[in-house]
Structures are given as C-alpha cells and as structure tokens.
Design a protein around this ligand. Structure first.
Ligand SMILES: [Zn+2]
Length: 59
C-alpha cells in the first residue's frame, strides 16, 4: 500500500516523502506529508481563531 499526500501528492517511501505519480494498480492511502500537515494545522488554527473573534456567540 502506498501513502500519498493529498495536498502535494508526494509518496511516502519508507520514512521519506518523494515526488511521484501514484500508480493506479496500487492501493493508495491518502494522508499528509509532514510539510503539508504543518500547513493544514496552521490553517485550521487560523480559521478557528478568526471564527472565535468574529462570531463569539457560536463559540
Ligand atoms: Zn504534502
């Protein structure tokens, strides 16, 4: 099974992430490479912060 980053489409190879096209004959598991994981987490935190300040009642 291959793990492919669903943001930048890098493939996980051992403990490294490499650029490449996923092979359709393989079972693909979508995930996040460390770089995109950091990006997603920071975005989620930004959205959560802006929501709580602009709409305090919803929080
Ligand atoms: Zn990525």
């Amino acid at each position: 099974m291959e793990t492919v980053c669903c943001v930048c489409f890098k493939k996980k190879k051992g403990d490294k992430w490499i650029n490449g096209t996923p092979r359709p004959d393989h079972t693909i598991s979508h995930g996040f490479c460390p770089d995109c994981f950091e990006l997603v987490i920071s975005r989620v935190e930004t959205v959560a912060a802006s929501r709580s300040t602009s709409d305090p009642i919803a929080a």
